[in-house]
Design a protein around this ligand. Sequence first.
Ligand SMILES: C[S@@+](CC[C@H](N)C(=O)[O-])C[C@H]1O[C@@H](n2cnc3c(N)ncnc32)[C@H](O)[C@@H]1O
Length: 416
Amino acid sequence: MSLNPSYPQAIHPLVERINRAAQRCTSAGGSLRFESDIVRRDLVAAAEQLLMAARSPEENVFAIAQQPAQNAALRCAIALGIADALPADGSPRSVDDIASSTGADRSLLSRILRACASTSLLSEPSELYYAHNAVSRTLLSPANRALLTLMFDYNGRAVVALPEFLQARKWQDPGSYTDCSFMLGCRTHLPMWEYRDRDETCRQVFDLGMQSEIVAALSTGKASGPFPFGEELADNNNYNNNNLQDDDTLTIVDLGGGRGQALQEIREEHPQLSAARFVLMDLGPVIENALAAGLPSWIEPVVGSFFEPLPVRDARVYYLRRCLHNWDDAACRTILRNVAAAMDATRSRLLVTDMVVDDTHAAREMAWEDLNMMTIGGVERTERHWHTLLAESGFRVHRIWRNSATEHATIDARLK
Ligand SMILES: C[S@@+](CC[C@H](N)C(=O)[O-])C[C@H]1O[C@@H](n2cnc3c(N)ncnc32)[C@H](O)[C@@H]1O
């Protein structure tokens, strides 16, 4: 086994960096508090680099390659309902007891639980006893379980098929919405959204999964993203090109808004906007699902496709969160031109919350998300790419609000 070339020079500076970050964190009442999220993320980055530096190159590449088995253990734990089978107070339960409540074979179950414990997904306080820890408790949330199921059963299959798909195309292009590795991996002739809307299980896990706090925490930091909705929109005088009349109702239209999760987060985090008109637009089956799941009465549901002229015109805000990265540039131009056609020339603005990718040293989450998007014909975009795409579709970038610690951002765009 060869040694990592960065060893030992990298180790000591990384340990010092970790110590410095740890000093900027305090513990109170059993929880840790970091000076800022940037400090916390720097600690994570340094700890990961330390792990890489301390392992050999063979160990590092093997750690990447063995991830499918870890994913499988997690997916089995979800399917078996392990989170509900363990005592919520963190006390241990024996494999025998868990086997009798889940109906799984004891020896099979012990191998799955052992695999989960090996990645700290569960605690293993003593031989053949398992208990909840902070990670396994995330599986108590149905929305989190739905997201992880979506990532394994659909995105996972699509991404596993990606090398075969690209090789068949001689590595010349990433495919498109109607010809993509999602279709190869999920063995369907339907592209992503059509497949989801016809497959009840997929629709349920997708729509519920989009409400998961894992997505919110990882993607936008603050649930509603980095754009200060309250400050920017509650005060009419703060509006660029201000010519609002006193009786103007602030209308926010969330395009492709799923079950209205973004609107709910915005209203909760910015109570000064509670008198606004909140409109949720999505495809018919999604709106149906949102209503069945109990949409709050203050959200106005509208069935529509952003590939057609928009049914709500002249709204102050058209919001597209985590939608445009699903589509290639040609499709995005169609969507954006439909938004532009619905906008009032001076009073409307477009807000896009998505990744704005750094030109170098891309974060792992971004790289994962970009390949994930590639499987359905989408892409994560750099700042330059966003400027070009928006300009080609009739917009100018007014301001980019960045999340301080991730590559997620909200682009405030106006008509040219
Ligand atoms: C990745 S999800 C994002 C959901 C939500 N905006 C969020 O941030 O949680 C993309 C959304 O786009 C919707 N969508 C797909 N095609 C659409 C279309 N043609 N018109 C409107 N919405 C569409 C999907 O139904 C889905 O809700």
